[in-house]
Design a protein around this ligand. Sequence first.
Ligand SMILES: *Cc1c(COP(=O)(O)O)cnc(C)c1O
Length: 397
Amino acid sequence: MPRPWGPTTTAIHAGKRFNPTRAVTTPIFQTSVFQLLENREGAEFAASIEPPAFYTRWGNPNTSEVEAVLAELEGAERALVAASGMGAFALVFEAFLKAGDHLVAPAAIYLGTEQLIRRWEAERGLKVTWIQDALDLGEWAAAIRPETRMLWVETPSNPTLAITDLAGVAALGKRHGIRTVADNTFPSPIHTKPLALGIDLSVASATKYLAGHSDVVAGVIAGSEADVVACWQMTKVFGPTLDPMAAWLLHRGLKTLALRVRRASDNAQALAQWLLWQPAVARVDYPGLPGHRGHEVAARQMVEGFGAMIGFELRAGLLAGQRFCEALEVVTRGVSLGGVESLIQHPASMSHLKTAPEVKARLGISDGLLRFSVGIEDQPDLIADLERGFQAAAEAR
Ligand SMILES: *Cc1c(COP(=O)(O)O)cnc(C)c1O
């Protein structure tokens, strides 16, 4: 069969070899263990890096199937799924970092990743340089030391939607022999394929766009055979295996990934442009807007749209932000993102209520900032809902 296929054909058909039945949809292999036909098989499978049927911490037809699909979507030799995005990131750290190593990462980064890095810094002797302006390749280059072992990129970033030049960072990594890792959660492989731009490992929270229905927690690592096997060895030791049922749900979600992501991004582009014209809005952060600082780089490395995450700031601040969220009926209040349903978060009164003002200032989190994960609902319904929010915010003043 000629390859590569498009993303939807890939998601539906690429993992078929792991379905030994005639069922069109692969059944859920809800089993922890598989029957060994001969004693010899026991020895062979225990030593194998891809045993077909052994013990589910090693693998399972449902995880193998979804890994085959994810590897093709990312253009990788191999992929590994884990029990969550953070579980996947922790495996990457365990596999490739040790005490005394130096890591470079953006200061504005997903909070869980920051906590993982800070824990390694405090307990494991990792040295860290935080990049203040992720768009500035000069700052990345200046951060590199002889003991640098990893450049960690997140683009667009969570929650500030900052853009990093993936090809630029990948070239730096190649020149200095440093492993580069991109958190590809926000764009998904529909908009960005980090490996094609020279990045070594593409990692993500599969909980978000990849699964896409806010019903499963999962993570993924995609890269070279050697790198992914090194992470898989860590799965065997630490055990954050993805459950067969969750792997099946993730695969089902992937079958509509391209349809969902394109629709959500189209909605987001339209809503971002509409938000720009709202008098109550002080600022809109969306990489698809020509006024966004990273727009030019984003337009170069993202295809078919700029993702479905929007940050926008209400002029009126804390109370207005709260009232805005409370008035919404279609858009749901919640901390996650990337599902079919639109979700909104007001960091100042929710996730960052107890955060010190100077930290909030450093992270770019103002009192009026809203983080909006645009879903696949019908655009007029979303606009009518936001209008309700603006009405309530105006009455709060
Ligand atoms: C949610 C998220 C993660 C963590 O993934 P989990 O599946 O929640 O463990 C990592 N990076 C980004 C950008 C995220 O949004």
